[in-house]
Design a protein around this ligand. Sequence first.
Ligand SMILES: Cc1cc2nc3c(=O)[nH]c(=O)nc-3n(C[C@H](O)[C@H](O)[C@H](O)COP(=O)(O)OP(=O)(O)OC[C@H]3O[C@@H](n4cnc5c(N)ncnc54)[C@H](O)[C@@H]3O)c2cc1C
Length: 421
Amino acid sequence: MIFLAALPLLLLCSCSPDAGLDEAEILPLNGDVIVLGGGIAGLTTALEAARHGASVILCFRERPDERWMWRDGILGTGEEGNAAALEGALRHYGGSEGKEWHYRLLARRADESLAWLSRETGLKVIPAGGFLYLPENLSCDQAWERLYNKALDEGVRILEGVQVEELLFGKAGQAAGIKLADSHGLKHTAYAPAVVLADGGYLGDGERMEKLAPGRPVASWRGRGEGDSVRLARAAGLDLVQENLFSYTLAVEEGQKWVEADPPPGTLLIVDKEIYSFLPQAEAELASAVLQSEAGTGYLLVAEANLEAGAEPNWPRYPGLGAFLEAYGIDLPQLYRRFSRPQGYFYGCPVKAAAAYCLGGIAVNEAGNVLRADEPVPGLYAVGESAGGLHGAALMPGAALTEALAWGRRIGEAASRYAQG
Ligand SMILES: Cc1cc2nc3c(=O)[nH]c(=O)nc-3n(C[C@H](O)[C@H](O)[C@H](O)COP(=O)(O)OP(=O)(O)OC[C@H]3O[C@@H](n4cnc5c(N)ncnc54)[C@H](O)[C@@H]3O)c2cc1C
């Protein structure tokens, strides 16, 4: 393992006149495949590329640290083992705006991806209804750690705590490497014929988000440092799909942050003059209703009498339906008909649609190659959340992990073969 902290040991006298460093040049790193990003997509890609014989350099800024979480689970074809039905569900969520080849690949590889993850990490899953499976025995951190150790065992050189600053290209426009900075601010260059961008979405970049989606809240669990590859791609003239395209979740304000609402069973959602029953499987549609509402705000409401013990949400409590309606200036008398005891206690609060996942990002083709002026850039790939436009209008729950695994394995192999000629 190489941590970048050790790289200053490689300081040499300058041997290249255009090295761009004042007194000394740091010996460049060389490999077959460079993977940018240490999330599930980057780790999977690096591991598979190494298994296919490539010399791999994996660089990332920070460990995922509970960001890769089993909140929804991961996709499989369900008890019926029906890949065609899963493909149809993915298409339904995407609203015909995603890529057919992406839906097909995910549906065909979902079970295999899950089996691969189980084999690599010892993960056991339990069916959670429909196409979802939930982990039984491992936290996301444990699973990540096991994949990380497998990558080390396969000889992947891991540069942790680094910031990738530039993508490098050869004379014919092909991928050639990256420039990066370590935690001491020292600049390094790594060369490889294949480069894979896997550094996730960019929701945590407040400045960019304010420009792309002004005033739009972001679910706070995406608030950590986020990927730079979209910025790097723009600087390099690569194609982006519509960048301001996000998957939304219903979120409530806690302190200064927006956090996922997680309403208990029996909750109603009020949007303008409409009343919806909250159903987790309909969250994307409900978030969309809030997004398109006049005020961009909805209200969650649940009667205390309908709650199971211990299921009380962390929302303000009101003595009667009238107090709730008055608190938010809601004029909706028909709401009384929904409750047998409107004078009982209620929990309620405003809710927004918060961006939770980047559906936009770097444009790729069916082979996972990044595009420039609609043409594939030889040796340059994007995978995971940094690759945009695959899912269409909304992300099906559990699809992100399946995508990272299915595409990570595919691109790992493809990049390795390309680099080794
Ligand atoms: C709380 C939570 C729960 C979730 N639950 C589920 C779930 O149950 N099911 C599901 O399918 N999906 C889930 N997701 C979504 C899923 O975790 C993400 O889609 C997935 O993590 C994306 O993986 P990735 O590898 O593409 O990117 P990321 O996991 O975001 O990894 C990006 C990596 O790139 C590094 N990086 C970024 N910029 C740079 C730079 N300039 N230089 C160097 N390194 C850089 C980062 O440090 C990080 O290592 C959840 C997400 C969260 C946050």
